[in-house]
Write a protein that binds this ligand. Structure first.
Ligand code: PLP
Length: 452
């Protein structure tokens, strides 16, 4: 049963290319050209007699979610900070968020001068555990930011009930779940605000971009102010050539506006989202079945999920491979496939990217820095998951069943030859990089490659 693994110079399972990402929608070029010649490249540029692309995208994205309001923004980070501040979160407030996520989940909370409090995860879904979230609530808690991670939805029934019981805001970070639905309703509509990223890697993208959606008109106004330096759209369109934004003094903002190019692009990209989500869902289901047969444990989603979507395909290694560094296993599978495979995010209390003390702005006083210190948290489930779970980007799920067969074969081959990963002392890929505490895992996964 032994073969030389590709990571050690053996022949790879696959050398064919993978689907590329991003994939421009059919109308993308024309839409970009139209903005180019429109005389308005920003929402704060002069009104040209027609709705801005920002407004048109906001309408489409709100309608897509069957919700009243959408405020597009420059990034997911911007959208999350707007969501927090629109809900009145600020200095000294505690915000409960999951230990496993992209660093922005924590940095945005710290960024509004609040304190991220990390809740542990459910080991099957990798999303926030309701019990741990409840245990993290203190009198200072003002909000929960839930993240729908990789391909899972969090337990929204449990979390909405929890937020209600404690009278705190629920904000949904849907940056990895565009188009997913829970009990028949799109995610992003369960929280007071739903925040999205349209970064290059995400399933809906304009390179950089974001959006916040809400049912509450008052929150929508606040989101607008926070997004455009305290300005919002006029109630009635102005004369051509005039600014369309009204200057108010209700709430100071920052410029976090999405450019007209990005909004125009998103209108087109949104038309392919459902079809692409369906392809990924079908391929992932096929792969789930194969990988389960050989002992792997693909990520599960919360009961109640009605439309699953895939930003990443995450899978836990079998117990028999518990002694193998997931970074090494991921590299070995990646080498078989010519596809980046990597460990899941390092938990945020040990994540090299989450280092608030490196920023002067957080040195408000020693007590604030102590509260921000991520090392004060104990998060055993997140650590356990990080020690045994690998992930690859959703673009690999956009192909055909034969592509899924290649992926399954690569996992099977590396599994069958796992001894080779154990017995290469001195090799760059050996367990010398291994990490009882997950810390070296972060180091083995450079920031540039850690996004998906
Ligand atoms: C990508 C992402 C963000 C940040 O979005 P940006 O557009 O990169 O600012 C926040 N949260 C999660 C869960 C993400 O995946």
């Amino acid at each position: 049963m032994t073969a030389r693994l590709a990571i050690y110079g053996g022949p790879a399972v696959r050398t064919r290319d993978w689907p590329t990402w991003p994939q421009p929608a059919p109308g993308a070029e024309a839409a970009l050209r139209e903005v180019l010649r429109s005389g308005r490249w920003s929402i704060s540029g002069p009104y040209q007699g027609a709705d801005s692309a920002d407004r048109r995208f906001a309408r489409r994205f709100a309608d897509y979610h069957r919700i009243a309001h959408c405020v597009p923004a420059a990034s997911g980070t911007a959208s999350l900070m707007m969501a927090l501040e629109a809900c009145g979160i600020g200095a000294g407030d505690e915000v409960v968020t999951p230990a496993l996520s992209w660093v922005a989940s924590a940095s945005t909370i710290a960024g509004v001068n609040a304190i991220p409090v990390f809740a542990d995860i459910d080991p099957d879904t990798l999303c926030m555990s309701v019990a741990s979230a409840e245990g993290s609530i203190t009198p200072a808690t003002r909000a929960i930011v839930v993240v729908h991670l990789y391909s899972a939805l969090a337990d929204l029934r449990g979390l909405t009930a929890l937020a209600e019981r404690y009278g705190i805001a629920l904000i949904e970070d849907c940056s990895q779940a565009h188009g997913a639905a829970y009990e028949g309703r799109k995610v992003g509509t369960f929280g007071r605000v739903g925040a999205f990223s349209m970064h290059h890697t995400k399933v809906l993208t304009s390179g950089e971009g974001g959006a916040a959606i809400t049912a509450d008109p008052e929150l929508a106004r606040r989101l607008q102010y926070l997004r455009a330096d305290g300005r919002r759209y006029l109630d009635l369109a102005p004369a051509r050539g005039q600014p369309e934004l009204l200057e108010c003094n209700e709430l100071m903002g920052n410029n976090r506006a999405l450019s007209e190019f990005q909004s125009a692009l998103l209108i087109e990209q949104l038309t392919q989202l459902d079809a692409q989500n369906a392809v990924r869902r079908r391929n992932a289901a096929w792969l789930d079945a194969r990988l389960r047969q050989i002992g792997f444990a693909p990520q599960q989603t919360a009961a109640g999920t009605s439309e699953r979507t895939y930003f990443g395909y995450a899978v836990a290694l079998p117990e028999a491979l518990a002694d193998i560094d997931p970074a090494v296993f991921a590299q070995a599978v990646g080498a078989e496939l010519g596809l980046p495979v990597r460990p899941i995010y390092a938990p945020l209390h040990r994540n090299v990217l989450y280092a608030p003390s490196t920023r002067r702005r957080f040195h408000i006083d020693p007590a604030h820095l102590d509260r921000l210190d991520p090392r004060r948290f104990r998060l055993p489930e997140a650590e356990r998951a990080a020690r045994r779970t690998v992930v690859f980007h959703h673009s690999a799920l956009l192909g055909e069943e034969s592509d899924m067969a290649d992926i399954a074969e690569a996992f099977a081959r590396v599994h069958a030859n796992a001894d080779a990963l154990r017995t290469r002392p001195g090799d760059a890929h050996s367990r010398a990089a291994g990490r009882p505490d997950g810390s070296a895992q972060a180091a083995a996964t450079p920031a540039v490659s850690a996004r998906a």
